[in-house]
Ligand binder design. Sequence first.
Ligand code: TYD
Length: 207
Amino acid sequence: MKGKFITFEGCEGVGKSTQIRLLQAYMDERGIEYYMTREPGGSSISEQIRAVILDGKNAEMTDECEALLYSASRVQLLSEVIKPRLDAGELVFCDRYVDSSLAYQGYARGLGVEFVERINDYALREFTPDLTVFLDLDPSKAFMRKGGADKTDRLEQSGMSFHEKVYKGYKELSKKYANRYLVIDASGSKMQTHHKIISALKEKGVF
Ligand code: TYD
């Protein structure tokens, strides 16, 4: 039996971590079994790659190098953690996955979504999520809620226009991959968003 693979996506500061925590609490209370991981990271090698990518001192990193490091981190996590668990029939969640690369590196960094798709298809062998929960909130509103960008995080230092491009990228992806995208309006309160996520996942028969 193959398990279910569900990813979370969204721009910086949309409350993704909070929503993942609320979802975990919901599942824990009901005894629903799952495995939660994150990108970039989630395995020892992938966490080391994450540290290189996100290090504010690595300002000279090229966009191509960044995109390849993300896919390298992803393929390691996939082989080591995600695939074996899905093969065992588990419910696996991942905080960010290939769509982050398509939105950030493909659309926002300007590498082109086709190029990023190509390197990821090579790495992942077209391994796509069953469902993608996209927290839909314009980054300008998200940053206001968060109270500004983190100065030690190389990616969060990129300007607002970069984040607007990421957001546009996600909107395109949600149309292109409408069959697996669950677009969740994240402009309301955190509990409103939480309830929307639960209903959407229930509707898809996840639990
Ligand atoms: P993280 O601190 O985990 O951010 P968040 O809480 O927003 O998920 O840092 C992940 C950063 O990496 C985030 O800015 C998005 C970016 N990213 C990419 O640019 N491409 C990718 O493929 C992935 C997985 C993440």
